[in-house]
Write a protein that binds this ligand. Sequence first.
Ligand SMILES: C[S@@+](CC[C@H](N)C(=O)[O-])C[C@H]1O[C@@H](n2cnc3c(N)ncnc32)[C@H](O)[C@@H]1O
Length: 623
Amino acid sequence: MKKLDMKTTDKTITNVEQIAQLFPNVVSEGKVDFDLLKQMLSDEIVESDDERYRLDWVGKKASLLKVNTAIDKTLRPCKEESVDFDNTENLYIEGDNFEVLKLLQESYLNKVKMIYIDPPYNTGKDFVYSDNFTQSKADFEDEIGLRDEDDNKLFKNTDSNGRFHSDWLSMMYERLLVSRDLLKDDGVIFISIDDNEVHNLRKLCDEVFGESNFVGAFIWKNKHGGGGDSPFIVAENENILVFSKSITKLEHFFGKYAPDYEKLFRYKDERGKYYLDRLDKKGIDSNRPNLIYPIECPDGTLKDISPAIWRLSKEELKRRKALNNIEFKKDKNEDWQIYTKTYLYDENGIKRKVKPRAILKQEIVGFTQNGNKEVIKLFNKKLFDNPKPISLINYFLDIVLTDKNDLVLDFFSGSATTAHAVMQLNSEDGGNRKHIMVQLPELTDEKSEAYKTGYKSIPEIGKERIRRAGKKILEDNEASKEPKDLSKLDIGFRVLKIDSSNMKDVYYHPNELSQSLYKEEDAENNIKEDRTELDLLFQVMLDLGVELSLKINPKVVDGTTIYILENSELVACMSDDISIEVIEEIKKIAPYQVVLKDSCFKEDKDKINAVESLSKVSTVSVI
Ligand SMILES: C[S@@+](CC[C@H](N)C(=O)[O-])C[C@H]1O[C@@H](n2cnc3c(N)ncnc32)[C@H](O)[C@@H]1O
């Protein structure tokens, strides 16, 4: 039986452990000898010269430290603001996304297929974030007078800030590093950005995801005229950088299925439909001597390549020949022509997709105006500046989500366009893709239309948009000529809000409290008074790495509520007084894990017996 940590793991410790496994000699007393480690990774003597190609900025190391440090916060469910709390698999999380992503580390490790983010572009006006900068209250009030509901400091990053780019880079670095862990191996991240920081973001992502995992960059012409007040060149485009977690895993899964594309595969043999590409490529490239060699044709003659090059090396040609992927044909001059075959279904039996092109077509993805109109249509008012068009996000979802149950994350969710796009796509093709939206409880400006209409914070707008969008999708479907059965469409979401841990300090430092501070009742009741059993259950789920969307079935046994999670993944009982009947009931369920309160038995011997008996069928933990 173990006592749950009830906080995220300290990544420094696990990172050092991993290094120690690879290079035991460089770790002693839990500390890494970096000079030794450098030497271990080099095939020559390492000089202490620190010059090398890298992106550096003020605060980079501090960011890494922040990423690795444990936090003892939690996510508290808010049933009243949720829609269909008991059945939905979508989440809406309010809080600073860095902390939220850290909290999700265990429950959503390697689970997210696609991340889309539209972070602040660092234009000198837009960047509002909370951080631990030390600043007097007066300075802070003077600066912008903004704060979130929990009185967290929110700063506007103006270009008079001496660390203008550095602060933005630190903010992004921390979030991208943590979010990468949540991506599946074949997962992909799409990041919207404009010219202000695209150069820095590209390099930052090269570092976080690895240069080789750069998938490409889309160019989105987001305007339709206008913008003539730009000093020199009228900016009318944004970029969307795309990185994968592991490019080799992405190979077969990126792109779109399109009936028009299938028409290209006009030949057919026993392996299926295919098209042909000529093996020769015009133009001599003396830098590629491996692509210049004679090829033996079916009648034994040799075909020379001058003045051109082959598209494949000798070795690759041999491999393709063995797979029957090379075709020889005589042209009208009776000369041999050599072709490569591309089958509709690749070597792994996976159907090919059309590669998307870098310059997005406005008639498909829309432009900024569309995003604005879509929100105005739902609210009859302009409540949010420049949300992305649904069609833009839909285009990206369609490229990446091969499985109709895939999970999508947007941790700068704003007006929740991504949630809207996911619901819309599901309504069109009967899919069950799930979404997680994260949004800072940033307050709306008192002069704004949103504030005057009653939306005092961005999450209020985001949540209401999802409610209205879900309803509208159902209504539009009913009103259509051929309504679909959308009874299974998930238009709900569970609202969770970040907060301090449910546990009192005594839980984390039972031995550190001095005698004078020590209160008998604190030791017995280590849970904060204002926290509910459901609050505790969610912190336990985070701690044990259980998905927060699992269905929760409460059951009353002998007057005590036990919470049974979907698939019997976990049974938790937060009562202070548990009877033998409760233990017997849990045993019958035989869940994977059981969590009880340490103080749930009056007598120690009862606890020992109960834990011993439960341990035969489940892993037992206490809080
Ligand atoms: C450009 S907007 C995103 C708009 C969104 N794509 C849409 O279509 O509505 C960026 C959002 O990120 C939010 N944000 C900024 N810093 C954040 C943080 N640290 N954690 C969570 N959200 C944050 C802002 O409040 C803002 O709503």
